[in-house]
Design a protein around this ligand. Sequence first.
Ligand SMILES: [Zn+2]
Length: 180
Amino acid sequence: MPFTPFHMGQALAVKAVADEHFSLITFGLAQLAMDIEPLVRLVRADPVLHGFTHTCIGAILIGGLVGAFGMPVARRVLARWRQELQAARLGWLAGPRHLDWRPAAAGALMGTLSHVALDSLMHADIRPWAPLSAAKGLLGAIPVGELHRVCVLSGIMGTVAWVGRRFAFRARFAHSGRFR
Ligand SMILES: [Zn+2]
């Protein structure tokens, strides 16, 4: 289901640690791609909302597709993000100029796989191991309210840590040709 803001919370914590080795943009595109199926099923009033896309195999396939076909979109988003920050005199926050395939693939795959893990905590119709097993994954392991609090908190802490890190290393970001 479209819980994208919550999915992004954990990604921001990863971003604070992995920074330029992990693309938040392809992670975000992966969230959108993952929830196309439940959205279509919702419109059709299907009793099952989460099908093949919300399995590990489906997530790997979608992650691969996002990594391959999302690159032009991700590069445009990155260029726009850098442009806006430079205009606001926040160039030190902009990060690398080029999006390499490795951070893009890491963002896309972590995006789709963590999406299945997080969704399987809250939705009873998810079978993460299908077709190998009909087990329900992590359903009920954490109360949904608690889960949302953790995601929001990790999003806030991750953002603060990431901005702090880029500010601390701003000299490197400003002088290295890779980041200009
Ligand atoms: Zn979902």
